[in-house]
Write a protein of this length. Structure first.
Lengths: 158, 753
């Protein structure tokens, strides 16, 4: 197998893994790094369940080759909370029942965090368009939008 | 021990509160493990080769090259999955759907499978399998499949329910008729009769998590299956039977489930994973791609429906009739029958008749999709209800209220209703501020009603009290949408303790008796019932232990608000004992304290909803936007209102997708053209408004807490509600779902608008 040795920083920690050249970052994160919080819903960049940040930019990890992550920083849902302290988005998703099955939740949290970092006071419409790349089939998005609104409010207090 | 299931008007302390779900932290931190998230030492990667043809004879499968590829540990075809069903045709259908037997019946039908050391090798092995096909004529349209000259897909299908029994095989599986009265006489009495034909296209449940499992079978014939499923006990039964294992030797664990909506009630590929694991003597992980999910799991039926309703000028319906033709995919189903049963269930009708046909086509085997078959029937009937109301010049809500079923009405499908919610949901909709809101140019409002039976079924729970007084509740109904929170509330309510003292688990098949699948909106209804009774058993035991601790007769002990209380003046010096205090002493008073219950939860109360919808249609492009949506539904009793609202909103959103955009698109070659989320577009966040909900609580008399299932009914009204809204916005009656922009423009064009 021709492959790559990929050196990354994942959720703040240095991490190295080897992978075949054609492997997606999604598959490496799940199967080689063990971060199964990153989900595969489609493998074609349509559902957003595999959303991560790469050097701070929001990407679908199924559309990135693992080799491209060499020398870069990766953020996943596993790195959202600060020790025992949940991120306000995580707290508000639970409080507002913004998840039913929960498979899309990691992707939504990463996308919503990316939104709130750029725009701390988004309108409902801005939230809806920012999250339009993440599919949820259970909730009709109602409680997700409300949870993001509540988290934004909470984060602005700080 | 039998328990009284009747509703008791109990006053609640916790039920109805919005507590945090017990699996919340796991799901927001990425720790929750779904179907594809499990691994086993030495596991192989499984992959399936699928038919590229809609219908073809499989003349030869040559696997020699694949078998020789280094790293390939097993290659199987139907020859490795012999028919052990003993003449049970419906079980053989499941086996044949998992792996084609001599004939590929649809685009995507499994033909062979491999297990290899890694993804790359497995993929390469599939390419090395040579299949020689001979293409056969195909049919994918339900009406065409019923025509006399249509290619007959199975030579063993003879239409049942017709007299005389046909001598020739056809694609029509069965005809089912429901109703009562004399519809011809009823139509003769009518002042107005409306007749119309409707079509709906095939849609998929669209759960975000693809099917996935991890299978292990040892040489001793013992196996483990970790799988994303709505019913692990059902999966155990089916898989064990199909591959010749003893039921008790196969342990099935349900993973966290990433959506199901009916699509994960059926076995699609798990026997293949087990056979691969057995052949290779290694664990095999089999995960579907999204394309495989669309092509080779069960979407819902496409349909063609004729409706005829007659009414007096005063608004009384004199007769109603429907003929419903449901495409069921490559194997027999019951979908037309269900459609016919649900058709007119909302109304009190003197003369009613509905006839359902189940039809086979070269499409994937249809599966349940949330209130299966009801939305399509409702599209036809509720659209026609609006047309009749218009003809007689009556407000469509008033027209429905006038004809609504009520307690004592004989349902069109047979039974006599107890207390039901159709009238109350209609009145709540009529009085809702949404009904009075102003509409602008190009906007229209529609409403529609919906019905679903609900189901109870076999249920079993275990409630174990730890020495520290915390409670572990093991249930066997897979949690698809937050039921663990509801069941925790029920256990805490019943025992009189805090919600936080209870932890709810979904037990595997080795740890609990059989539980029916989470379907028919039964999770909270049936496991709720079993939890109440298990808790009551535990309370009896707690009283025994308290009596022992006090050394008084158990008849002098009662359970009140989470404490054992000694009754009678003689014992008023005894301070009440809390559950925690009794539990702490349990090692010395008789050992562990537990409650247990097995029940066939009968009496699932029927469910009704009324939806209101406003849309705006762009007359240039035909694009439709839902601008306001309101769901009113009877929940019996909302145990956890957040998750009840969630079911209302989620069902409405799926219905909106179905009404406006989602459809399976087949080419003339019988191949599916849009097997991906890009081209089969489900609603995204920016497509939808907030979805308002109003929960009504008309207690189900057959449940101690009054619970009715809430999961499914919310997908029934949207097709028709949106159809009525779009028709009102553009002034042309829409009869074909989805009402996608090209279809709306065509309808406007044909009407000369």
């Amino acid at each position: 197998m021709s492959g790559f040795l990929v050196s990354t920083k994942i959720n703040g920690d240095a991490f190295q893994f080897a992978c075949p050249s054609e492997e997606t970052l999604l598959d490496s994160l799940r199967n080689r790094v063990g971060l199964t919080g990153v989900k595969e819903g489609c493998g074609t960049g349509d559902c957003g369940a595999c959303s991560i940040t790469l050097d701070g930019s929001l990407v679908c990890s199924c559309l990135v080759l693992a080799a491209e992550a060499d020398g870069r920083e990766i953020g996943t849902v596993e790195g959202l909370s600060d020790g025992m302290k949940l991120h306000p988005l995580q707290e508000k998703f639970i409080e507002h029942a913004a998840l039913q099955c929960g498979i899309c939740t990691p992707g939504f949290l990463i996308s919503a965090k990316a939104l709130l970092e750029k725009n701390p006071k988004p309108s409902e419409k801005e939230i809806r368009y920012a999250l339009a790349g993440n599919l949820c089939r259970c909730t009709g998005y109602d409680k997700i939008v409300r949870a993001v609104q509540a988290a934004a409010k909470e984060m602005r207090k700080k | 021990m039998s328990h009284d299931t009747s509703y008791t008007k109990q006053k609640f302390k916790l039920i109805g509160s919005r507590v945090n779900r017990p699996d919340g932290i796991d799901k927001v931190t990425g720790r929750a493990r779904y179907g594809a998230d499990a691994s086993a030492p030495g596991q192989l990667v499984g992959k399936v080769l699928r038919s590229p043809h809609a219908h073809a004879l499989i003349k030869k499968i040559d696997t020699t090259k694949a078998e020789k590829l280094p790293g390939v540990k097993a290659v199987i075809t139907s020859a490795d999955m012999p028919d052990l069903t003993g003449g049970n045709r419906s079980m053989l259908d499941i086996l044949e759907n998992c792996m084609a037997r001599g004939r590929a019946l649809y685009d995507g039908h499994a033909v062979a499978a491999v297990a290899a050391v890694d993804e790359q090798t497995a993929r390469q092995a599939l390419k090395l399998i040579k299949v020689t096909y001979k293409r056969l004529p195909h049919v994918t349209d339900v009406d065409k499949a019923m025509l006399p000259g249509a290619p007959v897909i199975h030579d063993w299908v003879f239409t049942s329910g017709v007299d005389p029994k046909p001598e020739k095989a056809s694609n029509v599986v069965q005809r089912n008729q429901f109703g009562h009265g004399d519809v011809e006489a009823g139509f003769a009495e009518a002042d107005v009769i409306v007749e119309k034909t409707f079509k709906t296209e095939q849609t998929h449940q669209g759960y975000i998590e693809p099917h996935a499992c991890l299978a292990t079978v040892g040489p001793d014939g013992h196996g483990d299956l970790w799988v994303t499923t709505q019913g692990h006990f059902h999966f155990r039964q089916v898989c064990a039977a199909l591959i010749g294992m003893d039921v008790a030797k196969l342990k099935v664990t349900s993973s966290e489930i990433g959506g199901g909506f009916g699509g994960k009630t059926h076995v699609w590929m798990e026997p293949v994973a087990l056979v691969l694991a057995r052949e290779a003597n290694r664990p095999v992980k089999l995960v579907m791609s999204r394309e495989e999910v669309f092509k080779a799991t069960g979407p819902t039926s496409s349909t063609s429906v004729d409706v005829k309703i007659g009414a007096k000028k005063n608004g009384t319906i004199t007769a109603a009739a429907a003929e419903l033709r449901y495409q069921g995919g490559a194997f027999p189903g019951i979908w037309g029958m269900l459609g016919a049963m649900t058709s007119f269930a909302c109304y009190d009708l003197k003369n009613v008749q509905s006839v359902g046909y189940d039809v086979i086509c070269n499409r994937p085997k249809v599966a349940a999709y949330r209130a299966p078959s009801a939305p399509m029937a409702a599209f036809g009937i509720e659209s026609t209800m609006d047309l009749v109301a218009e003809e007689i010049g009556m407000d469509p809500v008033k027209f429905r209220i006038k004809n609504a079923a009520k307690e004592g009405t004989q349902a069109s499908y047979g039974p006599v209703y107890g207390p039901i919610g159709i009238g109350p949901t209609l009145k709540a909709a009529q009085n809702h501020p949404h009904m009075k809101a102003k509409l602008r140019k190009n906007q229209g409002r529609g409403m529609a009603c919906g019905f679903w039976f609900n189901f109870g079924g076999q249920t079993c729970t275990d409630l174990n009290i730890g020495v520290d007084g915390t409670v572990s509740l093991a249930v066997g109904t897979v949690d698809v949408g937050g039921s663990r929170a509801s069941l925790g509330l029920i256990a805490a309510e019943e025992l009189g303790i805090e919600y936080e003292q209870v932890k709810v688990h979904i037990a595997d098949t080795a740890s609990l008796g059989h539980n029916d699948t989470t379907e028919g909106s039964r999770g909270t209804f049936s496991s709720g019932m079993a939890t109440i009774f298990a808790a009551r058993d535990a309370k009896d035991e707690l009283c025994q232990r308290a009596a022992k601790m006090w050394d008084i007769p158990v008849s002098a002990v009662a359970w009140k608000e989470g404490k054992a209380v000694a009754k009678g003046k003689r014992h008023n010096n005894l301070a009440p004992l809390t559950l925690k205090e009794i539990a702490a002493k349990s090692p010395n008073t008789g050992g562990p304290i537990a409650g247990h219950n097995e029940v066939v939860a009968d009496g699932a109360g029927v469910s009704f909803a009324s939806h209101i919808c406003d849309v705006e249609v762009d007359p240039e492009t035909g694009a439709t936007k839902v601008i306001r949506y309101t769901v009113v539904q009877d929940a019996g009793k909302a145990i956890h209102p957040d998750y009840v609202e969630g079911q209302f909103q989620g069902g409405a959103a799926q219905g909106i997708g179905w009404a406006l955009n989602e459809e399976y698109i087949y080419g003339d070659d019988g191949l599916l053209q849009n097997a991906g989320f890009l081209d089969y577009r489900i609603p995204v966040c920016s497509d939808l408004p907030f979805i308002d909900t109003e929960i009504l609580e008309i207690p189900n008399p057959n449940h101690p807490y009054g619970i009715r299932g809430v999961g499914e009914t919310s997908i029934v009204p949207p097709l028709a509600a949106i159809g009525n809204a779009v028709s009102n916005a553009v002034g042309v009656r829409m009869t074909h779902v989805p009402m996608s922009p090209p279809r709306i423009l065509k309808a406007l064009d044909e009407a000369g608008v």
